[in-house]
Design a protein around this ligand. Structure first.
Ligand SMILES: NC(=O)c1ccc[n+]([C@@H]2O[C@H](COP(=O)([O-])OP(=O)(O)OC[C@H]3O[C@@H](n4cnc5c(N)ncnc54)[C@H](OP(=O)(O)O)[C@@H]3O)[C@@H](O)[C@H]2O)c1
Length: 367
């Protein structure tokens, strides 16, 4: 779907177009979704905005028009063709099957159904065809860390057959939702202007106090080697998601994946340092060409001119940015790369919008 830059013409004819519900329209992902829906080529008739009881009655702008948010209920899904869910796992677990039972195709951004064998996990540039096989009427959107690299990895896999990924992430605060964004801004305010901080053990902790937000340690002036919840043998849920979801999307059940997930004081845009090993020898120039030709990937890689992706430049953009592309010094079958992707765009809202647009085509074709 081609993005268009201007806000859409509100006089356009939307007759016969499918009805879309955005569930979680008031959240961090939902907010970006409304921007995307206002700037991408329109494929929707009515757009209904749904959130919790707390937000009912709020008015939000989408496609240049104010729309009132309604509280979630079974009736809120009446007549809905496609329902995007940008809500916490437990809310999706409860409400997505209800929306599906009312005839909506659900595109779920939460972690509730990603590993369900009857729910496809879709990245349109990599496995768009998987969206058609959805026995539960639900399609899952991968987590933001996996999504930030998988389009580039899919393109390289297609050429070289991926065997192993060793990944370190540098994840932004907004990966923990609006609460994460608020916590980092508040912490930055607390430390700003104090030129003595960061010099003695615990000084930053003392200034931040218990305003940690969703993070287990201060995030301002710090890096925190933790994202998600504790799973077996010391792994975090986020690290296991990178492994399990990469395997499912690429249809490589035996792919070796080792991830260390780290939170950094960036508002939005996840970065990943990736060691990718393939089934055959790779040429670095050829790999660069493969990535340049891949839809959704932008190669930005000229260290001599200080050109490499950084979150400060990537935030608010759609592609997966790739730089620092090197052939591994000790392994002719491996590449080292640095990848950045806006976790609220391709990492969440954009991928969901793209999946929903794939489904919308089915409705439009059927009419
Ligand atoms: N942030 C990311 O980078 C990212 C990336 C990929 C996927 N995701 C996933 O996307 C989902 C949303 O994340 P977020 O970061 O946007 O979270 P968020 O900022 O906390 O927003 C949560 C949204 O869910 C709504 N909600 C909460 N409880 C509800 C309930 N009981 N019924 C109906 N709506 C309810 C909230 O509505 P109210 O405003 O009314 O409370 C709000 O709109 C999560 O599953 C998250 O894991 C996030």
């Amino acid at each position: 779907m081609t993005p268009v830059s201007a806000t859409l013409d509100r006089t356009e004819d939307r007759t016969g177009l499918p009805t879309l519900a955005v569930v979680g329209a008031t959240g961090a992902v939902g907010t970006v979704m409304l921007t995307l829906l206002s700037t991408r080529e329109n494929v929707w008739g009515e757009i209904r905005l749904i959130a919790s009881e707390r937000s009912a009655g709020k008015r939000l702008k989408v496609r240049g028009e104010e729309v009132e948010v309604v509280a979630i209920s079974a009736e809120a899904f009446d007549g809905v063709d496609v329902a995007m869910f940008d809500v916490p796992d437990e809310v999706s677990l409860h409400w997505a099957p209800i929306a599906a039972s009312k005839g909506a195709v659900v595109v779920d951004n939460s972690g509730a159904f990603r590993m369900d064998p009857e729910v496809p996990l879709v990245v349109p540039e990599v496995n768009a065809e998987a969206a058609r096989n959805r026995p539960k009427g639900i399609i899952s959107n991968p987590n933001c860390t996996t999504l930030s690299m998988i389009v580039a990895m899919g393109a390289l896999h297609h050429r070289y057959e991926l065997e192993q990924l060793i990944v370190a992430s540098y994840q932004a605060a907004s990966g923990a939702g609006q609460e994460g964004i608020d916590a980092l801004y508040d912490q930055l305010m607390k430390v700003a202007g104090n030129r003595e901080l960061g010099t003695t053990p615990g000084d930053v902790r003392r200034v931040i106090g218990n305003a940690l937000g969703p993070f287990p340690a201060p995030l301002a002036m710090n890096v925190v080697p933790w994202a998600g919840s504790l799973k077996e043998d010391g792994w975090s849920s986020e690290e296991l998601k990178v492994r399990n979801e990469s395997r499912k999307i690429l249809n490589l059940p035996n792919l070796k994946v080792s991830a260390t997930c780290v939170r950094v004081p960036v508002i939005t845009t996840h970065s990943l340092s990736v060691h990718a090993r393939f089934g055959r020898e790779v040429g670095v120039e050829e790999a660069r060409e493969v990535l340049r030709d891949a839809p959704g990937v932008l190669v930005f890689d000229n260290p001599a001119e200080a050109e490499f992706p950084t979150p400060a430049d990537v935030v608010g953009t759609d592609p997966t940015w790739v730089g620092r592309i090197r052939k591994s010094l000790d392994d002719p079958q491996a590449l080292e790369l640095f990848v950045c992707g806006d976790n609220l765009r391709k990492g969440a809202a954009l991928n969901t919008a793209q999946i929903a647009e794939v489904v919308a085509k089915e409705f439009t074709a059927a009419k």
